[in-house]
Design a protein around this ligand. Structure first.
Ligand code: GRF
Length: 209
């Protein structure tokens, strides 16, 4: 049984999709804990309702990034996590922290990386006038919103689309690709070769529109 610790900062709908998939598909894995850096994160209630241990490591209570990351690492490691899943976790992590979980920490970013890193990705896509937008699941490296890409999904940008409508359309795709990527990890099917992620001998899925 692989142990997964999920980090959230807010709503936690991706966390919920992962928890549900792990239960309905009977993964060889256990969601060992859901940890939030914000005490009022809505997702904590859902996790607790599923009998998953929850914990708050409040980022505001720490004086600097290093001390917060050290406390967070201790919390994660107390659950003996094999995999750390960032699901709407709104913190920049120190290189030391990321290094500690090399190739066993993943994130979902709401753009087709390497385009549109950082915040407000839907607006960035609209401003750039691109015809496709998407989401990316990737292993986390020290560079923000970079790292070997595990899977991506796309949506077509229509003339009437807004930041809100794109976010809504994309969330549906996020809830498909993120649980799938986590499942591939717990099944031991992901191999990182340089910047590429290989799934069972073939490269990860092509863009699923
Ligand atoms: C998602 O859009 C995700 O891509 C981004 O933050 C949002 C989190 O949503 N990293 P939720 O908390 O999983 O509902």
């Amino acid at each position: 049984m692989k142990k997964i610790v999920i980090l959230i900062s807010g709503r936690g709908s991706n966390m919920q999709a992962i928890v549900q998939a792990s239960q309905s598909q009977q993964w060889p894995a256990q969601i060992a804990a859901v940890i939030s850096n914000k005490p009022d994160a809505a997702g904590l209630a859902y996790a607790a309702s599923q009998g998953i241990p929850t914990m708050v490591v409040e980022s505001k209570a720490f004086q600097n990034r290093e001390s917060f990351d050290t406390a967070l690492q201790q919390a994660i490691d107390s659950f003996q996590a094999d995999l750390v899943v960032l699901a709407g976790f709104m913190r920049i992590l120190t290189p030391q922290f990321v290094q500690h979980y090399e190739n066993r920490i993943m994130n979902i970013h709401p753009s087709l990386l390497p385009s549109f890193v950082g915040l407000h990705t839907h607006q960035q896509a609209l401003d750039a006038g691109v015809k496709f937008h998407g989401a990316t699941v990737h292993f986390v490296t020290a560079e923000l919103d970079h790292g070997p890409i595990i899977d991506q999904a796309c949506v077509r940008i229509e003339h009437a689309d807004t930041e809100e409508s794109l976010a809504q359309k994309l969330l549906v795709k996020e809830h498909q690709i993120y649980p799938r990527a986590v499942r591939l990890f717990v099944e031991g099917k992901l191999v990182v070769e340089g910047n590429r992620v290989i799934v069972n001998g073939s490269e990860a899925d092509s863009c699923a529109i």
